[in-house]
Design a protein around this ligand. Structure first.
Ligand code: NAD
Length: 327
């Protein structure tokens, strides 16, 4: 399904709008005629992600760290709160900032929603399930998280953020919805952000071996970014409080994903096996029955089509050829 934002929203705020997911969300909203204010401190995002929107008169970028209060006087329909480091390499590099983005950043986004009478959509993560003991993961599962492991800065920040959203809803009556986003990929992911798809594509397109962690038997379920944007808009449009899983239940092993990237890119690269990160989840697959029932949402893009279009996007950039790749 494609949700038409213009019919529902006049003005939205997107925190983290200069990042991978946020820039696609801003683009969709701008194209549909919504006034978009993008707030970002560019910690892990990039001005290039939103450069093409800068000439649109219904788009405005404001450099802002969500650890500071967000003061906006005019009416806002929806606050999409995405601001947070998201890739393992980013949150391991920025552990305290990640915890702050999930806690104080979420508090400030909720204060904005409270004072502008907006609905808040909080992008939580499948990482709240940790290394799950139930598979696929339904929303009622409380998770299996190591609270002091290296990944905990992200997992616990999002778990705290969910609790904060619930508390504001209960105590202040803020209209809010929590979505738990599963692995999402697509154009504009930084090739060095450490996540599997951009890493494999960079390696395949530059003829380097694809580095599969462990024996590659751990699974991931990859959602194309356009599908996720549909889901975020559907959540904004609904009054459902969530949490709602948003992801693609097409589950693959990491080794299969690497093999698919090699096949779709026509690369001659080999596969090598490297150490697995600490607390890396064994299984990851969303149960999306809630999203299907309450949002009428299901992902539509199969991984072969999504990965091919992502490869095409990276391949268009001449910088990926040779060692000069800088994106
Ligand atoms: P990203 O790193 O590309 O984007 C995050 C954006 O937030 C960046 O532009 C960054 O500069 C900004 N940001 C970080 N800290 C900030 C702060 N203190 N103040 C203002 N801006 C700040 O990551 P993404 O993949 O686009 O993720 C977007 C959101 O979706 C995140 O909240 C992430 O946790 C969630 N999510 C993403 C995935 C995924 O697979 N992409 C999966 C689960 C959850």
């Amino acid at each position: 399904m494609t949700v038409s934002a213009a019919e529902h929203f006049e003005r939205v705020v997107v925190t983290g709008g200069a990042g991978f997911v946020g820039s696609h969300l801003c683009e969709r909203l701008v194209c549909e005629g919504t006034d978009v204010l993008c707030l970002d401190n560019l910690a892990t995002g990039a001005p290039e992600n939103i450069a093409h929107l800068s000439t649109c008169n219904n788009f405005r970028f404001q450099y802002h760290d969500v650890l500071e209060p967000i003061q906006i006087r005019s009416a806002v329909d929806v606050v999409f709160h995405l601001a947070s480091p998201a890739s393992p390499s980013d949150y391991l590099r920025l552990p305290v900032q990640t915890l702050q983005a999930g806690s104080l950043g979420t508090y400030n986004a909720l204060q904005l929603a409270l004072h502008t009478d907006a609905r808040l959509v909080f992008t939580s993560t499948s990482e709240v399930y940790g290394n799950p003991q139930i598979h696929p993961q339904p929303e009622w599962y409380w998770g299996h998280v190591n609270p002091i492991g290296p990944r905990s800065v992200y997992d616990e920040a999002k778990r705290f953020g969910e609790a904060m959203v619930c508390a504001f809803s209960e105590q202040e009556g803020v209209n809010s919805g929590i979505v738990r986003v599963f692995n999402t990929y697509g154009p504009r992911m930084r090739v060095y952000d450490g996540r599997a798809v951009p890493t494999f594509i960079r390696q395949a397109l530059t003829g380097k071996p694809l580095s599969v962690t462990g024996n590659g038997a751990q699974t991931r379920s990859l959602c194309y970014v356009d599908d996720l944007v549909d889901g975020l808009l559907a959540m904004a449009e609904s009054r459902h409080s969530g949490p709602v899983n948003l992801g693609n239940p097409e589950e693959q092993t990491v080794l299969q994903i690497a093999e698919q990237v090699i096949a779709l890119s026509g690369s001659n690269s080999e596969i090598v096996f490297v150490d697995r990160p600490v607390d890396d989840p064994d299984l990851r697959c969303p149960d999306i029955s809630t999203a299907q029932q309450v949002l009428g949402w299901s992902p539509r893009v199969r991984s072969d089509r999504g990965i091919r279009s992502t490869i095409d996007w990276y391949a268009q950039d001449a910088r990926i050829v040779g060692s000069g790749w800088v994106r």
